[in-house]
Design a protein around this ligand. Structure first.
Ligand code: HEM
Length: 124
């Protein structure tokens, strides 16, 4: 993954606090969404929100370094299909909208995350 060119996306998201607010909302929605709940039933919400915040902060060009489990390893053995990936993106869109992330900044973040599907989708 190429590093972000600058921190404009990070600032558009409201820096670390803005990203964190979206991720805290997101993990609650993941466990409430009928399609996602089975994957996240044993998940510690605070841990996941923290890891996601670091990762999205880095992707947005912010002063963060994601030090969690690499994406391929983190999602191994979960049988994640394209449909599951798309459903997670839908839930993320709900959170971004709920927290008032500008539409262009929503799409720019999705564009940074989309290539990760290669490491995350592991079932046909
Ligand atoms: C671009 C999309 C995605 C990103 C950026 C992402 C990111 C992450 C991150 C950062 C972690 C934490 C790893 C750690 O603990 O160090 C994680 C864990 C996890 N992810 Fe994803 N993920 C994505 C897609 C998905 C999808 C599509 C699913 C399933 C439908 C999924 C299910 C999970 C589960 C169940 C965990 C383990 C949570 C736990 O119990 O600790 N992820 N993911």
């Amino acid at each position: 993954q190429t590093p972000a060119a600058d921190d404009s996306l990070y600032r558009a998201w409201g820096e670390k606090a803005g990203i964190q607010a979206v991720m805290q909302d997101f993990v609650v929605r993941l466990q409430a969404d009928a399609r996602m709940a089975p994957f996240f039933k044993d998940t510690n919400r605070d841990h996941l929100a923290t890891q996601l915040t670091e990762q999205l902060c880095q992707q947005a060009g912010g002063p963060c370094v994601y030090k969690g489990v690499p994406m391929k390893e983190a999602h191994e053995g979960m049988a994640i299909g394209r449909r599951d990936f798309n459903a997670l993106v839908e839930v993320l869109q709900q959170s971004m909208a709920a927290k008032g992330i500008p539409f262009a900044a929503q799409n720019a973040m999705l564009a940074r995350l989309a290539p990760m599907h290669r490491d995350i989708i592991n079932k046909p």
